[in-house]
Each structure stands twice: as C-alpha cells, then as structure tokens.
Design a protein around this ligand. Structure first.
Ligand code: CO8
Length: 257
C-alpha cells in the first residue's frame, strides 16, 4: 500500500510515479523513499514496464529531504539511517527514468532528479542544493553527480552558496535536456518515456548501463565496456528483429528476448 506516491501504469509501457506529499512540497521522508525504492524494485522485473516517469506537482518536484524528520537524528542516528539503502536501490534501477520537473527541485529533490536518466523541466522549475544553509551538505550524491552534470564552477557555486538556479540555467548547463511550458512537462516526459519503452528492452537496458558507466570510468575502459555490451546484444532475438524490420520496411515487434 502506497501512502506517499500515486502510480499509473499505461498501456504504452510507461509507469508514472507521482511524489505525493503536497503538504510539505513532496519532502522526501523515509517512508516515501522506501515506497519509491519498493515501487522501482517491482518495476524492474515487470516486463510490461519499459520506462518510468517520476514527477511531483505544479509547486514542487520535491523540496528536499524532510527537514523535520532530519531534526531528530544525531550522528549515530544518521549512521543508522536507512535512507542511503533506499537511495542505492533507486540508483540501481536498470530501466530508464525520466524526471518531469515543475517548481522546486531542491536538496534531495535535486538529487532525485539526478538519479533520472533524462530530465524534462518546466520553465518555472528551480534546481538547488540548499543544504549548506542548514549547516549540512548534500548527502545523496549532490556533490558528485552535480559536478558531473553542470561542471565544477557552477556545482561549487550551488553547493557552497545554497542558491538555486533557474530552469533555463539548468538547461544551458546540461542538467536538463528539454524545457517545456509548465502544463506540458508531464505530457512531454511521458512521450519521451513511451518512445524508450517502444525500443528493444535488452538494448535499452544495456544502453543505460553503458551510459552510466561513462560517469565512473576512463575512456578506454568505457569503450571496452560498451564493446562488450554491444557484442552481448548480438545474442538477442530483438537485434535480429530490429535489423530485419528495417530491411523489410516495417515496424519491429520486440519481445524482450
Ligand atoms: N522538509 C519538510 N518540510 C518542508 C520542506 C522540507 N524539505 N520544504 C518545505 N516544507 C514544508 C514547509 O515547512 C511548509 O510546511 P507548513 O505549511 O506546515 O509550514 C510547506 O512545506 C510549504 O513550504 P513553505 O511555506 O516554506 O513554501 P514557500 O513557497 O514559502 O517556500 C521553499 C518554498 C523555498 C522550497 C521552502 O519551503 C524551503 O526552503 N524548503 C526547504 C528546502 C531545503 O532546504 N531543502 C533541503 C533539505 S536537506 C536535504 O535535502 C538533504 C538531503 C540529504 C539526503 C541524505 C540521505 C541519506
């Protein structure tokens, strides 16, 4: 039973997950993160789901970790905090995630955005890592992923000052792949996710894996990893189907095999 998420699986292979704690701008408390990780775990093995959209509401994607919940934790509490385990499960999700961002994406909310493979944002979205203003620093990858997403200078400015950036700035810096009007963000994210879900599932999975690997390795190792994945896909029926469909000028019928 989900208390902090709304989910909808559509016939085009897209699972939409809406963060739903409107009373606190979708602040990510432990229960919400646990539900999100559980939902993604189930989606990972559901062959009808090819891609996931994560969204919030018109005011906020998510305004960060739940500050009230954090207030009760001392150092041992933080060490025993189950949330890093939930974040690890989110980060290990093997299918593409498209974030549809309206309003605030701050702190853990911005970090969740960076767990997505593709980010579609409305022109009114704001991205930030305001933790420094609370006497802490990002704790779910904000320093490491942001620097890879937007470069050292802008990431450092965001993390050290806590000041958010506009959607346009996030787009210019490469954190966001497309800007939309606010009312179209979810629809556009769904279109992108559906176009991914229509591809050969094993190829999509390998592509995500190899793309993410590029963030963690040097070029020669990344190229070798890509080559292995490319070779592996030669053993799939869908590769033959995709190529044959092109030659026969028809749409491919992928079976995920
Ligand atoms: N946690 C809990 N409640 C929140 C949060 C939050 N992060 N953000 C907003 N709320 C609540 C407010 O307290 C308020 O509740 P109430 O109506 O009961 O007073 C309600 O949401 C609406 O918020 P505001 O009235 O403040 O709305 P405004 O439009 O005036 O302001 C802001 C919007 C600017 C987004 C403002 O709410 C704000 O600054 N929020 C906090 C943002 C922030 O600092 N986020 C970072 C949190 S720390 C973090 O994310 C660390 C992640 C580490 C993860 C580690 C895992 C192991």
């Amino acid at each position: 039973m989900l208390n902090h998420l709304l989910t909808d699986a559509s016939s085009d292979g897209v699972l939409t997950i809406q963060l739903h704690r409107p009373e606190s701008l979708n602040a990510l408390n432990t229960a919400l993160l646990s539900e999100l990780a559980d939902t993604l775990d189930h989606a990972a093995s559901d062959t009808l789901i090819g891609a996931v959209v994560i969204t919030g509401d018109s005011r906020a994607f998510a305004a960060g970790a739940d500050i009230r919940e954090m207030a009760d934790l001392d150092m041992v509490g933080v060490m025993n905090d189950p949330r890093p385990l939930h974040w690890a499960r989110i980060s290990a999700f093997p299918k593409p995630i498209v974030a549809a961002v309206n309003g605030f994406a701050l702190g853990g909310g911005c970090e969740l955005v960076m767990h997505a493979d593709i980010v579609i944002a409305s022109r009114d979205a704001r991205f930030g890592q305001p933790e420094i203003k609370l006497g802490i620093i990002p704790g779910a990858g904000g320093t490491q992923r942001l620097i890879r997403a937007v470069g050292k200078s802008l990431a450092s400015q965001m993390v050290l000052t806590g000041e958010p950036i506009s959607a346009q700035r996030a787009y210019d810096a490469g954190l966001v792949s497309e800007l939309t009007e606010p009312e179209l963000t979810l629809e556009r994210a769904h279109q992108v996710a559906a176009s991914i879900a229509a591809q050969a599932p094993q190829a999509v999975r390998q592509a995500k894996d190899v793309l993410l690997r590029s963030q963690e390795t040097h070029l020669a190792a990344g190229l070798a990893y890509e080559r292995k994945a490319f070779t592996l896909l030669a053993a799939t029926e869908d590769r033959n189907e995709g190529i044959q469909a092109f030659i026969e000028k028809r749409r491919p019928r992928y079976r995920g095999r």
